[in-house]
Write a protein that binds this ligand. Structure first.
Ligand SMILES: [Fe+2]
Length: 531
C-alpha cells in the first residue's frame, strides 16, 4: 500500500511552518525526489500535465494522479492525496514564482486543477507537480498579453477529432514543436463508442482491417468508463507533448458524450432523464481531464464551457458550445436532401442565452480580430453535386434561422473582422460565409477555417472522389482537403493568416508534415483575400 504525504495542516500543527514548507520539494528529475514516503504503485504522472485558459495574470495547471490509469481503480486508494506544484519563470526552475499544495480527491478521479493568478502578462512560465516523492514532467504555459495592450502578434494552433484507433498522434508531436501562444481544441477529444473484434471486420471482405491501434473498450456510459477511456488517450506521449508545450483552450463536441447528441437527446432515443445521467458522468470526466477553470466545474449534467479569452488588443476569442443548448437536428439528423424543417423559425444552436452573450461580446469587442472558436460548419455546403444536394443536418445548416441570426447579428454590430474556427468535419476547408448563402455574388460577412482531424478518418488523401465537383458546386469554398493535421493561425494587425498543416500518413509512425495551403484574411475585408 502506498503511504501519502501528510496534510499541510497536520504538518503545521505538529512541526510548524518549516516542515510544511518542506513539502515544496527540491528540484529533482522524474525519479523519486528523496522524500521518506512509500512510493505509489507506479509513477503517478502517467497521464502527463497540461495548462489551459490563459489570462493576462495566470492560467490553469492540471494533472491527474493515476499510477495505473488503465486498470480498475487507476492504482489509487479511495483517499485524498496531496500534490505539490511549482511555477517558475525559467525552464530550469531556478526562479520559482509560485508554489503550493493541493488535495487530489478520489471523487474527482484524483485530478488536480490549480488556477494561478498574480503572474505577469504576455510571458512564458514553466510548471511541474510532485507527489509521493515523484516529480511530473515539466510543462510550459504562457500568459495572455494585458487586456487591451498593444500586441503585435498572436499565434495559435487549432486541433481536435482524435480517434485513438484510427490513427497515430503524429500531428501532436509536430504541433508540440510549433511556437504557439495557445492551442484551441474544438472537441472529439475521445470517441465514446463500443468496439469489439467484429467492429474491425471490413464490410466488403469480412476480413479484419488493419488499425494502427485498438482499444477494445466497452462504450463509455459511467464515470469510470469515461475515466478509463481518457486514461488510454492521455497515455499517448505525442498528445502529452502537445499539452506540455502550450496552454490549451478546450471545448467539447459530441464524442465526449455520445455521437451527435444535442441538449438532452442522444443518438438512440434514450429517454432524456436517463440520457442526462450519462451526461452527468461525461461532464465530470471532461472536467477531470481538461485544464479548465473553476467556472467550468460540472453541476449535474451542466458544464459551463462557453467563455471568452482576450489577447491584448489583437484577439477576442469567443469559445462556443454548440451541443449543450441545441435543438434536435431536423429530419432525423444525418446528411439529407430537401429537408424543409431545417428552415424552421427560432431554431437554436447556441440557445438564447449563449447567443445573446456572443452578440453582446462582439458588439463590445475592441480587439482587431474576433474569433468564433466552435465545432460545426457555419458555411452552407452542398455535399453532393445534385440539383437538390445532400446537406449536413448536424451543422449550422440544419438550423438555418439560427445561422441567419448569427450572420445578421455580426453585420448589425458592424464586426468585419470575424473569423470562424470549426472542427467536426474530418476534412480541412477554407471558405466564406456570405450574407445570402444562395447567392454566390453576395458579400462575405465572415471567413471560416475548418481544421481537419488529428487522426479521425485515418490516412485520407488529397481529395475524396467528389471533391472537384463540390468545389465547383460551392464557389464560396476555396479548399477541401482530406489529410490529417492541424491549423496554425498567425495574427498580426494587417492579416489573419491560416496555415493548413497536413501529414502524409497517420497509420504508421513517422508521418511527414507539410503545408497544404495558406490563406490570409485582411482587416475590414471578410473573405479569403490571398495567401
Ligand atoms: Fe470528430
Amino acid at each position: 500500500m502506498p503511504v501519502f504525504l501528510p496534510s499541510r495542516r497536520h504538518l503545521l500543527k505538529t512541526f510548524g511552518a518549516a516542515a510544511a514548507t518542506a513539502l515544496s520539494l527540491p528540484a529533482l528529475g522524474k525519479e523519486r525526489a528523496g522524500i521518506a514516503q512509500e512510493p505509489y504503485l507506479d509513477y503517478p504522472f502517467q497521464l502527463g500535465v497540461a495548462s489551459g485558459d490563459p489570462w493576462p495574470d495566470g492560467f490553469v495547471i492540471w494533472t491527474r494522479v493515476a499510477p495505473r490509469p488503465l486498470e480498475p481503480g487507476f492504482g489509487m486508494p479511495k483517499v485524498p492525496v496531496e500534490v505539490s506544484w511549482d511555477v517558475a519563470a525559467d525552464e530550469s526552475f531556478k526562479t520559482i514564482v509560485a508554489q503550493g499544495t493541493k488535495a487530489a480527491f478520489p471523487e474527482l478521479g484524483h485530478a488536480v486543477h490549480v488556477e494561478l493568478s498574480g503572474l505577469e502578462p504576455g510571458r512564458d512560465y514553466f510548471y511541474r507537480f510532485t507527489a509521493g516523492g515523484y516529480r511530473s514532467p515539466r510543462g510550459r504555459a504562457r500568459t495572455a498579453p494585458a487586456a487591451g495592450a498593444p500586441t503585435d502578434r498572436v499565434r495559435f494552433g487549432v486541433a481536435g477529432c482524435q480517434d485513438y484507433e484510427q490513427g497515430l498522434y503524429t500531428a501532436y508531436r509536430h504541433l508540440s514543436r510549433e511556437p504557439l501562444d495557445f492551442v484551441f481544441h474544438y472537441g472529439d477529444y475521445i470517441y465514446e463508442g463500443w468496439a469489439n473484434k467484429a467492429t474491425y471486420l471490413s464490410r466488403y471482405t469480412n476480413q479484419e482491417e488493419a488499425k494502427p491501434r485498438r482499444l477494445l473498450l466497452p462504450e463509455s456510459i459511467s464515470l469510470d468508463d469515461y475515466r478509463l477511456r481518457y486514461g488510454h488517450y492521455k497515455s499517448d506521449p505525442d498528445l502529452q507533448a502537445a499539452h506540455a508545450a502550450a496552454p490549451w483552450v478546450t471545448v467539447w463536441d459530441d464524442h465526449e458524450v455520445d455521437n451527435n447528441w444535442v441538449g438532452d437527446l442522444d443518438s438512440r432515443d434514450t429517454p432524456p432523464e436517463v440520457f442526462l445521467l450519462r451526461r452527468v458522468a461525461a461532464a465530470q470526466a471532461y472536467y477531470e481531464h481538461m485544464p479548465l477553470r473553476r467556472s467550468s466545474w460540472p453541476l449535474g449534467s451542466a458544464i459551463q464551457l462557453y467563455r471568452r479569452l482576450s489577447f491584448g488588443d489583437m484577439l477576442d476569442l469567443h469559445v462556443l458550445d454548440t451541443r449543450q443548448y441545441r435543438d434536435e437536428q431536423p429530419c432525423g439528423d444525418d446528411f439529407k436532401a430537401g429537408c424543409a424543417d431545417r428552415m424552421r423559425a427560432s431554431a437554436q444552436v447556441l440557445g438564447q442565452k449563449q447567443e445573446a452573450w456572443l452578440l453582446d461580446g462582439l458588439a463590445a469587442s475592441k480587439a482587431r480580430w474576433n474569433g468564433l472558436a466552435q465545432q460545426i460548419m457555419v458555411m452552407t455546403l452542398a455535399r453532393t453535386p445534385d440539383a437538390e444536394p445532400l446537406r449536413n443536418m448536424d451543422s449550422w445548416e440544419g438550423y438555418a434561422d439560427a445561422r441567419r441570426r448569427l450572420v445578421k447579428g455580426v453585420e448589425e454590430r458592424k464586426r468585419r473582422n470575424v473569423v470562424v474556427l470549426t472542427g467536426d468535419e474530418h476534412q480541412g476547408y477554407a471558405g466564406e460565409i456570405r450574407r445570402d448563402d444562395r447567392d454566390p455574388t453576395s458579400a462575405p460577412v465572415m471567413t471560416e477555417f475548418v481544421a481537419t482531424s488529428i487522426s479521425s478518418g485515418g490516412d485520407g488523401g488529397e481529395q475524396r472522389p467528389l471533391t472537384p465537383a463540390l468545389l465547383q458546386k460551392n464557389p464560396h469554398v476555396k479548399l477541401i482537403n482530406d489529410q490529417r493535421g492541424y491549423l496554425v493561425c498567425d495574427l498580426s494587425r494587417d492579416r489573419w493568416e491560416a496555415e493548413f498543416k497536413v501529414l502524409d500518413q497517420v497509420s504508421r509512425p513517422g508521418g511527414t508534415l507539410s503545408t497544404r495551403a495558406k490563406f490570409a484574411v485582411e482587416p475590414d475585408r471578410p473573405g479569403l483575400n490571398g495567401a
